[in-house]
Design a protein around this ligand. Structure first.
Ligand SMILES: Cc1cc2nc3c(=O)[nH]c(=O)nc-3n(C[C@H](O)[C@H](O)[C@H](O)COP(=O)(O)O)c2cc1C
Ligand code: SF4
Length: 464
């Protein structure tokens, strides 16, 4: 039976563990930073001696670490895109906005082990020649911001931050910036605009790829809290040790936020791909199953913007197993390994690592209406398809949940969603249209029945 594997949350819930620096150091904290700052250049075949900063970047690439914020993009590759020749300063931003509904993992790290994030950030900054970094934390996390500021002060006093860190000649300052309280502030270019003091309007890519034209039009790295914590462990234990965790191409651990109709909702850290969706929902050491007498109806596997899965779905999976043997088989939803590639192959994504479970008591039209209302409220309004479309979808669904459905509503919703995706400045267009496309396609009879019932009831009212 798969179990939790706690790498990043190792100390989070340990008795007597506190979030102050003394406790962190007693458990080996800041040793990885000391190691990183003492590294000498490394001889690499074909490249000669590379500086320690480049070596750390190579280690992160070799570890296979993929971003934990949503897209699952290779961290090492992202770092390799940074424009290091522009002569401009390079910035590092930690994305602690954690705004994707269903997600509640980054806040656990911040509340319980903030120094782990700070150490990961200092190492990442050192590796990327960054002298000024920011933690952009969601505005509502007032307590989280306080904890981080206290932890940063403690780190400054111990000379892990500031000028000439531990006598290495490396200088770094980290500031906490409280967000503006909108979902779109979590989108990296919207976040950058917000950090610059403006409204969080996402920027168009190209040309505004953060690695080239980011904060103050300078090269910028934006990484999620969990991603930056993983960097600390890659430096502490080596890329090979990290890559041994998880499965090929899906290395390391992942913190899963499990919510909805399970007996034990909560956060669980697993080796990526070592537990299936079914195990996460039903095993005693994870979700513990559904409420008594209930059956599974649907699962949103990666935060509310991920496409929904319907209970009983199967997927044709092709690829290679752990030993490299080819796979070509039909896999049941519950047997899907919880990793980036399997969920993508099944037509959805593991996104922010948030699984939302719905049992058969769920009114699926209501559930989608709830999700759509959120997206209509959060659209920044720059792009017409997103601004208007998200509102039209939400209004139609609101109508349907208030006895005013129409037979053609299902197709109407699909039509709007299809006209949003791929036609917007940022991926919010997909975030608001994917739930509609997947819910309506997979549960079409429920949507059609709702419209038909309402029309019939109204016709009967008129004839009365
Ligand atoms: C609408 C929207 C909201 C997002 N919200 C968050 C968020 O709250 N936290 C986060 O880390 N990434 C969020 N992202 C992803 C970021 O844009 C970015 O890809 C991520 O912070 C990169 O970090 P990573 O490579 O470490 O995953 C969001 C993306 C979109 C499109
Ligand atoms: S897709 Fe939506 S959220 Fe993104 S820029 Fe356009 S209007 Fe704003």
């Amino acid at each position: 039976m798969p179990e939790e594997y706690r790498l990043i949350l190792k100390h989070a819930d340990a008795p007597k563990y506190s979030n102050d620096i003394e406790c962190y150091m007693k458990h080996g904290g800041y040793k990885a930073l000391t190691k990183a700052l003492k590294l000498k250049g490394k001889r690499v075949e074909g490249k000669g001696v590379i500086p320690p900063q480049e070596w750390i970047r190579e280690e992160v690439k070799a570890s296979g670490l993929r971003g934990r914020g949503g897209a699952g993009f290779s961290c090492g590759l992202k770092w390799s895109f940074v424009d290091r020749r522009s002569g401009k300063p390079i910035y590092l931003i930690c994305n602690a906005d954690e705004s994707e509904p269903g997600t509640f993992k980054d806040r656990q790290i911040i509340y319980k082990d903030p120094h782990q994030l700070i150490e990961g950030m200092i190492i990442s900054a050192y590796a990327n020649d960054v002298n000024l970094a920011y933690i952009y934390i969601r505005g509502e996390f007032v307590e989280g911001a306080k904890i981080l500021n206290k932890a940063l002060d403690e780190a400054r006093k111990k000379k892990f931050l500031g000028k000439d860190i531990l006598g290495s000649g490396f200088n770094l300052e980290i500031h906490v910036h409280r967000g503006a309280g909108a979902y779109i502030c979590g989108e990296e270019t919207g976040l950058i605009e917000s950090l610059e003091g403006k409204r969080a309007y996402p920027r168009i890519k190209p040309p505004y790829f953060p690695a080239i034209l980011g904060l103050y039009m300078c090269p910028t790295i934006v990484n999620n809290v969990e991603t930056l914590c993983a960097v600390k462990h890659i430096v502490a234990d080596g890329s090979e040790a990290f890559a041994k965790l998880g499965t090929p191409n899906n290395t390391g651990t992942r913190i899963v936020s499990l919510s909805g109709h399970v007996k034990n909702p909560g956060y669980y850290e697993i080796e990526v791909g070592k537990a299936t969706i079914g195990e996460l929902i039903f095993n005693e050491n994870f979700g513990g199953g559904l409420r008594e007498g209930r059956e599974l109806k649907a699962i949103i596997p990666g935060g509310s913007s991920a496409k929904v899965f319907k209970a009983g779905e199967t997927f044709k999976m092709k690829g290679k197993d752990k030993k490299g043997n080819p796979i070509d088989k039909e896999v049941d939803l519950l047997d899907l390994p919880y990793d980036f590639d399997s969920l993508m192959a099944a037509g959805s994504m593991s996104g922010s690592g948030a699984i939302i479970v719905m049992d058969d008591s769920t009114d699926i039209v209501d559930a989608l209406s709830n999700v759509s209302e959120f997206y209509a409220h959060e659209s920044c309004g720059q792009c017409t398809p997103c601004r208007e479309g998200s509102l039209w979808m939400s209004k139609a669904l609101h109508r349907m949940t208030h006895g005013e459905g129409r037979k053609e509503d299902a197709d109407y919703l699909l039509n709007i969603a299809q006209n949003i995706q791929g036609r917007t400045i940022c991926a919010f267009g997909e975030a608001c249209s994917w739930p509609v496309l997947s819910f309506v396609k997979k549960f079409k009879p429920e949507f059609e029945a709702r419209g038909a019932e309402d029309e019939q009831r109204k016709a009967e009212e008129v004839s009365d």
